[in-house]
Write a protein that binds this ligand. Structure first.
Ligand code: THU
Length: 137
């Protein structure tokens, strides 16, 4: 578990701002994320829900897909913040997001709140034995 540096604090603050744009009429759970490319570009994301619930998209994937669609492929940092009805809550990225992030940067450092404390973990620690293209024949 890496240290929460001042840079990561500032990323979490950006994620907090991004959460303000969450579209979460169903859950009321507002999530914000910011992902940083190897070249230092930053892309924010917020969760976007849908009346057809299975079509809701998490904040992490919104940020990632914005970045990938702008030409980025390598990422160094991701920060995630969630705001529930009672204020800020734990926000471990879901399994689907871990898998999609792992497509690009298994060494990504992910900062999020876990059991009330902000931690930074490597994506490969969070998703050991990830399925990848090398597993396809
Ligand atoms: N959500 C995220 O944005 N990221 C996660 O990693 C977990 C869940 C969103 C999806 C949905 O809009 C809401 O949180 C409740 O599950």
């Amino acid at each position: 578990m890496s240290e929460l540096t001042p840079e990561r604090h500032s990323l979490l603050e950006q994620a907090r701002w991004a959460a303000r744009n969450a579209y979460a009429p169903s859950s009321g759970f507002r999530v914000g994320a910011v992902i940083v490319s190897a070249g230092g570009r930053m892309f924010t994301g917020a969760n976007v829900e849908n009346a057809s619930c299975g079509l809701s998209v998490c904040a992490e994937r919104v940020a990632l897909l914005k970045a990938v669609s702008e030409g980025e492929r390598d990422f160094t940092e991701l920060a995630v913040v969630a705001d529930g009805d009672g204020g800020e809550t734990d926000a471990p990225p879901c399994g689907a997001c871990r898998q999609v992030l792992s497509e690009f940067s298994p060494a990504l450092k992910v900062s999020y709140r876990r059991e009330g404390e902000y931690v930074t973990r490597t994506l490969s620690e969070m998703l050991p034995d990830a399925f990848g293209w090398e597993n396809r024949e």
